[in-house]
Design a protein around this ligand. Structure first.
Ligand SMILES: Nc1ncnc2c1ncn2[C@@H]1O[C@H](COP(=O)(O)OP(=O)(O)OP(=O)(O)O)[C@@H](O)[C@H]1O
Ligand SMILES: [Mg+2]
Length: 260
């Protein structure tokens, strides 16, 4: 079992699109058992994957009163909260908008149980999954901290525009912050997303490759990705011939084999 957080503090960089397609491709093309944890109050992955159980979410887990924070509770609550998604062989631990109230100060003062996902993992409740993928919010809050405490690896989707590249220094800071939370955390690599052929993109990709981090093969921009978000089914179903579908399949192959 490998736990991977899909993280970038920048918004709108395909974290959710990457999480749901990677999950679907790992299940469909590689027969892997996958759990998606939605750690974002926008609950985009939750909605896409069919909702989850009413009244149970990551927010409920994070709000467990201090007196009840045991390995037994973690295991029990995980079973209450995880359910099958609408994508075959992909389960979901959902988010809801009440996650919004759980900022990092709640972690600092102990009112959020940020160790809860790490505790569930340690209790063995994720052992039936080959991959646990965590869709992170574009913010450093209690849910993001919970994700980073539980993750073995982080994948950072990145858009190749000037704003994002200027954000590379910020990204380096993010990574060292992540390591402060979880020293064993490994950065699996940067995933260039929404790629299209242009001199700027080619230069930007070259700049990324000069960084010390691994750079995964790029994911092409495809108009079909927006359509996918309406259809609530992964790219391999909604637009199997699109460039983005092809690229996510290649990416999932790398992740399935651990070849990066
Ligand atoms: N390869 C792609 N080609 C075209 N559009 C894309 C591609 N990947 C993502 N998008 C679009 O970019 C937008 C942002 O994607 P997504 O919601 O996955 O980003 P995010 O990083 O999860 O955002 P947030 O930070 O708000 O959670 C969506 O409208 C999505 O359809
Ligand atoms: Mg998202």
């Amino acid at each position: 079992m490998k736990t991977i957080a899909i993280m970038n503090l920048k918004g709108g960089v395909a974290k959710t699109v990457t999480t749901v397609n990677l999950a679907a491709d790992l299940a469909h093309f590689h027969q892997k058992r996958v759990l998606v944890i939605d750690a974002d109050s926008q609950a985009n992955a939750t909605e896409f994957l069919g909702g989850g159980r009413e009244g149970h979410s990551l927010a409920t887990l994070l709000r467990t009163p201090a007196i009840e924070r045991t390995s037994f509770t973690a295991d029990f609550e995980a079973h209450q909260t995880i359910s099958a998604s609408t994508v075959p062989a992909v389960d979901l631990l959902p988010a809801d908008d009440s996650l919004m109230d759980l900022d990092l100060s709640k972690a600092a003062n102990g009112s959020a149980w940020v160790e809860v996902l790490a505790e569930i993992k340690a209790a063995g409740s994720f052992k039936d999954y080959d991959f646990v993928l965590i869709d992170c919010p574009p913010a450093f809050n209690a849910a993001a901290a919970a994700a980073l405490l539980a993750a073995d690896e982080v994948i950072i989707p990145i858009k190749l525009d000037a704003f994002s590249l200027r954000g590379l220094a910020n990204l380096a800071r993010q990574i060292s912050n992540m390591r402060k939370i979880n020293p064993d955390l490994r950065i699996a690599g940067l995933l260039p997303v929404m790629w299209y052929e242009s001199a700027e993109n080619t230069n930007a990709l070259a700049t990324l490759r000069e960084s010390l981090l691994h750079v995964f093969p790029r994911i092409r921009r495809s108009t079909m990705v927006d359509a996918m978000t309406y259809r609530q089914a992964p790219l391999y179903i909604t637009s199997p011939k699109s460039g983005a579908c092809h690229d996510y399949k290649t990416f999932a192959g790398r992740i399935a084999e651990g070849r990066y």
